[in-house]
Ligand binder design. Structure first.
Ligand SMILES: [Fe+2]
Length: 310
């Protein structure tokens, strides 16, 4: 049963992943390694919005300009060499074996208040599983708020859909096509509507009850990429900034461990995106990737090349 939120759990990384694959959630208090990471993120954010306060800058700029700022800020965070270094420190601190732990470049997310910008570069996420976007069942998401969050600008989990099929249109999502056609700088021009084909439920979702975990800035939330999750509609008066990155353990990948597959039909795989924790360059060996691949590579690009990353 998925019914537990572990708080500052001392479980080993192996045990923790096992629990996450059964639908449990983990919350951790801020620690020096994560506080250093959010300091790094805050510096970039505050420089980008200066002299405005980033949490309220949306009330003092036209949306076009705001999206432009995010369009520069987010890639600069994603590709900053210090960002990977911080993840390495955090993974070690959290007990992961770096030689077996592979991660994708960290993403910076923002959720603006009062529907200021909910498309493109600041997309307000409808309920989804990352596995509807070609993530493997062993992917674990690490989520860290950069400033303190509150209930009305948090993220939400819908755990009753764990291991319970939801009708969805993920069969239309091919990861290679996505890499080739739908990623990149143009997302910051999507101010009113989002033209990307984003996998979503095709039946009504019962949004309540839902779980919102409120960790302080620099706290960590860990959850399975198969967990149904969404952005809470932000009515807080403050823009939420958060970091997330996706992690795969190579033994899980090789043994095909992970969350149960229930309703995902996306094709292609994100397996080639993850970089080994020891050197940030080694990718998961192709023979393991092939356990997750299909014959759709010809549809686009195996990995995202343009370096804009959104
Ligand atoms: Fe997600």
């Amino acid at each position: 049963m998925n019914n537990t939120v572990y708080y500052d759990s001392p479980l080993s990384d192996d045990k923790r992943r096992q629990e996450i694959f059964e639908g449990q959630l983990f919350a951790f208090s801020p620690r020096p390694s994560t506080l250093a990471f959010i300091q790094h993120a805050r510096k970039l954010i505050e420089d980008a919005f200066a002299p405005l306060d980033p949490e309220t800058a949306q009330y003092h700029m036209p949306v076009e300009q705001y999206a432009e700022v995010l369009g520069r800020l987010k890639p600069s965070f994603i590709h900053h060499p210090d960002s990977k270094q911080h993840i390495q420190t955090i993974l070690t601190d959290m007990g992961a074996d770096l030689s077996k732990t592979y991660f994708d470049v960290p993403k910076m997310r923002s959720s603006t208040s009062d529907n200021f910008l909910t498309t493109g570069i600041a997309y307000a996420w409808h309920p989804h599983r990352d596995t509807w976007y070609s993530a493997p069942p062993c992917q674990i998401n690490w989520w860290i708020p950069i400033y303190d969050i509150q209930s009305d600008n948090a993220m939400a989990f819908h755990p009753k859909y764990w291991n319970r099929a939801v009708k969805n249109d993920s069969s239309g999502h091919n990861y290679y096509e996505w890499n080739k056609q739908h990623r990149g700088a143009h997302v910051s021009q999507m101010l009113k509507s989002d033209t990307r084909p984003l996998s979503r439920p095709t039946e009504a979702i019962e949004m309540d009850p839902q779980i919102r975990l409120l960790v302080p800035a620099g706290g960590i939330i860990l959850f399975s990429g198969s967990q149904l999750h969404s952005s809470v509609p932000n009515t807080s008066g403050k823009t939420r900034f958060s970091i997330d990155f996706r992690v795969v353990n190579i033994d899980d990948a090789a043994e095909r461990r992970g969350a149960p597959r229930v309703d995902e039909e996306a094709t292609g795989t994100t397996m080639r995106d993850y970089l080994r924790g020891t050197d940030f360059t080694t990718r998961i060996p192709e023979e393991i990737v092939m356990l997750y691949d299909d014959n759709t590579v010809a549809k686009g690009d195996k990995i995202y090349q343009a370096g804009q990353g959104a």
